[in-house]
Design a protein around this ligand. Structure first.
Ligand code: 3HC
Length: 693
C-alpha cells in the first residue's frame, strides 16, 4: 500500500482513497499510486465496481501546479484516466469539497460522478494559462453540450453543486461522507437504479454558433481561452482523434510565457504569508477601531465588518459622522449585491458598526487603524492620544502610504505595538495589504497583523520602513519614467496604449485623469522642497493642472471627456508638452510601443532591485505580489521581478546602462543586479532560498 492512496473494501466494492495532503494534488506519486490501485482492483475478481474518493478537505485540487514546466513523468494523468474510462468494471468518483482541473478530469473519465453537498467543481486551467489537458475539453462537452463547456472552460469559473447537477456533470448530489455516497451509488448501479456510462462513448454535436461567438469574445486577449476553444471544437471528433489535439494544444500552452506568468502569480498570492514572524503567538483581535471617516477609513471599516468584526469608527469632525456611517452602509449594501453578504450577515454587519466623535470609545479596542490625512504632526498627535486611551496590549496601526512608521511609533510609549497597515482604495475590495514592520514592532504584532489580514481575505505583504514602502516607491519611479517619455517625444496616448496593450487596465495618464490631477500636484508641491536638484523634473503635469484641468472631474485633463466618457486627446495638453520641449531644447524622439514598455518596466525593475537590496521586501515574490494585487500589474506577466528573469538580468543591465547615457541620475545599475548577474542567479532562485531575514 502506498503513502498516497488507501485501497479499501466494502463487500464486492473496491475503494481508492486519495490521501496526499494538503490538497490531493495529482503529482506523479499520487498518479502512480492511484494507477497501481486501479490495476490491483481490476485484477481482483471479487471486486465488481471501483469507487474513488478523497481524504481531507477536498476530493482533489487537480494536477500538481509545482510540476508545470518540468518533464512529465509516467503514468501521466491521461494514462490514469484511460484506465478508468476503459475499465470493464463500473468506476465511480465520489467528490466532496473541490474537484478542480485534473481532479474533475479524473472524475469525468469515471463512468459515474456523485457530488457531496457543498462541492465546487471547475476547470480553472485558463487561469493558469492552460487548457484542460487530461481530456476535460473532450469529456465535459460530451456531458454538457458544446456551448456550456465553452462557457465553463473559457471562464475557468467555479461551479456550485446544484449547477453541476443541472449541467449533468454529476449524476447525484448526496449528503456526506463521500465514501458512503460512492458505495451507495455503486450499489445502485448494480441494482440498475443508476446508469453508468464511459464518457468517451458519448457524442457531442459541433456548435458553430457557440464556437464563433466565443472566438469573438476572447480574441485579442489571452491565448489560453482561444486554444481551449480550438480543443473543445475537436470534441465533435471521435475521442481518439480529439484527445491528441487537446494534448498538443495543452503542451504548446505549457511552454508559453503566459502560463509561466499566471502560475507565478498563483504562488505569489500564497507565498507572501511566509514571514519570519509566522510562528509568533498571535493576539486576539475581536474589536476594531478605525480613526478617520474619509474614503480610506470607511473602506477599512467596511472590510472589517465584512469579516464579521465589530467596528468603532471615529470621525472627530462631528458633522461628518453621519456621512461616514452612510458611506459604510452603502458599501455594505453593495456587498449584498455582489453576493458577499446575505440579508442576515448584512444585518449583523450594520449592527456591528458604531460611529462616534469620541475617541475615548476606543478604550476597549484590540486593534486601532488610523486613516486620517497624510500629515506627520496630525498623526503624531493622534498616536499619543491613542497611547493614552487604548488598553495595554492593543495594537496601534497606521494606514500611512509613505510617512515614517518609526517616527509615528516614537510618539507613543509602546512602539512595539505600533505597525503600518497600508490598505489600497477601495479598501473593502482591493486585496493587497502592505504590512509595514517598524524597527521596534514586536514579532507577535506582525504575526497578528498578518492573521487579521487573512481574516479580511487580503493578501498581506511584509514591507520595511522607507518613503513609499514597496508599492508607492515603485509607482513613483514608474510615473516619472512615463513623464520623461512624454517630454522626450512619446504622446500621452502612446504611453497609455503601450502599457494597456502590455496588460495594465489603464495607462498612467488615464489613471491620472481619473484620480484628479490636482491631488497629484498637491503631493508634488509638498515634496518639492526635498526634491534633489540633480533630478530631472517634468513640469508638464503642473502646467496642465495650472490651467484648471484636473482630469475627469473637470472633463479635461490629459484627455477630453464628455458625459464621463473619453472623447480624445486634449490638444491644449499637447501644446503644453510642445512648448516645454522647446523651452528645454529637447528634439522629440520616436519611441516604439516596445521602447515605452521596455523603459517603464526597466525603471520598475531597477527600483524593485533596490528595495530588495535594502531589505524593504523579504523576497522578489513579495514585490511581485504588491504589484499584482495592489497596482494592476497584469497577472499573466507575473510581476516585475518575474519579468526581469524572463528578460534576463544581462539584458536588464544593458538597458539601464544604455538609458544612463541620457540620464545618469535616474538610471543606475543596482549592485544587487550586478552581483546576481555575476553569480548567474535569478530572482526565482532568491525566492526558492526562502526568507532571508
Ligand atoms: N498543485 C499544487 N499545490 C497546490 C494546488 C495544486 N493544484 N492547489 C493548492 N496547492 C497548494 C497551495 O499552493 C498551498 O500551498 P502552501 O500552503 O505551501 O502555500 C496549499 O496547497 C493550500 O492551498 P490554499 O492556500 O490555496 O488553500 P485554500 O483552502 O484557500 O484553497 C484550493 C484550496 C481551493 C484547492 C485552491 O488552492 C485552488 O484553487 N487551487 C488551484 C486549483 C487549480 O487551479 N487546479 C487546476 C490545476 S491545473 C490542472 O489540473 C491541469 C490539468 O488539466 C492537466
Amino acid at each position: 500500500m502506498s503513502d498516497f492512496v488507501r485501497i479499501e473494501r466494502d463487500g464486492d466494492i473496491g475503494l481508492i482513497c486519495l490521501t496526499k495532503p494538503p490538497v490531493n494534488a495529482l503529482g506523479v506519486a499520487l498518479r502512480s499510486a492511484t494507477y497501481d490501485a486501479v490495476q490491483t482492483l481490476l485484477a481482483d475478481d471479487s471486486v465488481t465496481a471501483i469507487v474513488l474518493y478523497g481524504e481531507g478537505r477536498f476530493f482533489s485540487a487537480g494536477a500538481d501546479i509545482k510540476d508545470f514546466g518540468r518533464a512529465s513523468e509516467t503514468p501521466t494523468l491521461p494514462d490514469l484516466l484511460k484506465a478508468l474510462n476503459d475499465s470493464p468494471k463500473p468506476t465511480v468518483a465520489a467528490m466532496h469539497g473541490v474537484a478542480f482541473g485534473g481532479a474533475l478530469e479524473l472524475a469525468l473519465s469515471c463512468h459515474l460522478r456523485v457530488g457531496i453537498h457543498g462541492l465546487q467543481v471547475g476547470l480553472p486551467e485558463v487561469k493558469l494559462g492552460l487548457l484542460p489537458g487530461a481530456g476535460g475539453s473532450q469529456r465535459l462537452p460530451r456531458l454538457t453540450g458544446m456551448a456550456s463547456a465553452i462557457e465553463v472552460i473559457c471562464s475557468g469559473r467555479n461551479i456550485a453543486d446544484d449547477e453541476a447537477l443541472r449541467l449533468g456533470i454529476i449524476a447525484r448530489l448526496a449528503d456526506g461522507p463521500a465514501r458512503e455516497a460512492g458505495i451507495s451509488a455503486a450499489r445502485d448501479i448494480a441494482a440498475g437504479a443508476l446508469s453508468a456510462t464511459p464518457t468517451d462513448g458519448l457524442n457531442v454535436a459541433h456548435d458553430e454558433q457557440a464556437l464563433a461567438a466565443a472566438r469573438q469574445k476572447y480574441s485579442g486577449k489571452l491565448n489560453a481561452p482561444l486554444k481551449a476553444i480550438d480543443a473543445i471544437e475537436a470534441a465533435a471528433l471521435p475521442i481518439d482523434e480529439g484527445l491528441p489535439i487537446e494534448r498538443a494544444l495543452f503542451m504548446e500552452l505549457m511552454e508559453s510565457d503566459e502560463r509561466a506568468g499566471l502560475v507565478h502569480s498563483f504562488f505569489a498570492e500564497r507565498a507572501t504569508a511566509k514571514i519570519p514572524e509566522a510562528k509568533a503567538e498571535k493576539r486576539a483581535i475581536e474589536r476594531i477601531g478605525v480613526v478617520g471617516g474619509g474614503t480610506m477609513g470607511v473602506g477599512i471599516a467596511t472590510a472589517a465588518l465584512l469579516a464579521g468584526l465589530p467596528v468603532t469608527l471615529i470621525e472627530t469632525a462631528e458633522m461628518r459622522i453621519d456621512a461616514a456611517r452612510a458611506n459604510v452602509e452603502k458599501n455594505l449594501a453593495g456587498a449584498v449585491k455582489r453576493g458577499k453578504l446575505t440579508k442576515a450577515t448584512h444585518s449583523v454587519a450594520v449592527a456591528n458598526l458604531t460611529a462616534s466623535a469620541d475617541i475615548g470609545a476606543l478604550a476597549k479596542a484590540d486593534l486601532v487603524i488610523e486613516a486620517i490625512f497624510e500629515d506627520m504632526e496630525a498623526k503624531a498627535g493622534l498616536f499619543s492620544d491613542l497611547d493614552r486611551i487604548c488598553r495595554p496590549g492593543a495594537i496601534l496601526a497606521t494606514n500611512t502610504s509613505y510617512l515614517d512608521v518609526d517616527a509615528i511609533a516614537a510618539t507613543t510609549a509602546r512602539p512595539a505595538d505600533v505597525i503600518g497597515m497600508h490598505f489600497f482604495s477601495p479598501a473593502h475590495i482591493m486585496r493587497l495589504l502592505e504590512v509595514v514592520v517598524a524597527s521596534k514592532t514586536a514579532p507577535e504584532v506582525t504575526a497578528t497583523a498578518f492573521d487579521f489580514a487573512r481574516k479580511l481575505r487580503k493578501i498581506p505583504v511584509r514591507a520595511g520602513v522607507c518613503d513609499g514602502f514597496i508599492g508607492n516607491r515603485i509607482l513613483t519611479r514608474y510615473r516619472k519614467q512615463c513623464e520623461y517619455l512624454v517630454l522626450d517625444g512619446a504622446g500621452f496616448d502612446q504611453v497609455d496604449r503601450a502599457l494597456e496593450t502590455f496588460g495594465f487596465a489603464m495607462g498612467p495618464f488615464a489613471v491620472g485623469d481619473l484620480a484628479g490631477l490636482d491631488i497629484a500636484k498637491a503631493t508634488r508641491d509638498r515634496k518639492a522642497a526635498t526634491r534633489p536638484p540633480e533630478e530631472r523634473y517634468s513640469r508638464v503635469a503642473d502646467l496642465i493642472c495650472d490651467q484648471g484641468w484636473h482630469g475627469r472631474k473637470t472633463n479635461i485633463g490629459y484627455y477630453l471627456y464628455e458625459g464621463g466618457k473619453k472623447t480624445g486627446p486634449n490638444p491644449g495638453a499637447e501644446d503644453i508638452v510642445a512648448a516645454e520641449r522647446k523651452a528645454l531644447g529637447i528634439t522629440p524622439k520616436d519611441f516604439t510601443d516596445e521602447d515605452v514598455v521596455a523603459r517603464v518596466l526597466t525603471a520598475m525593475i531597477q527600483e524593485a532591485a533596490m528595495i530588495l537590496e535594502e531589505g524593504i521586501a523579504l523576497r522578489p515574490v513579495d514585490i511581485d505580489a504588491v504589484q499584482l494585487f495592489g497596482y494592476g500589474f497584469p497577472r499573466h506577466r507575473g510581476g516585475p521581478m518575474h519579468m526581469a528573469d524572463q528578460i534576463g538580468l544581462s539584458e536588464v543591465i544593458a538597458r539601464i546602462e544604455t538609458y544612463a547615457a541620457e540620464d545618469a541620475y535616474f538610471w543606475s545599475v543596482p549592485p544587487l543586479l550586478r552581483q546576481m548577474q555575476s553569480a548567474g542567479q535569478s530572482f526565482a532562485a532568491l525566492n526558492d532560498k526562502g526568507i532571508s531575514t
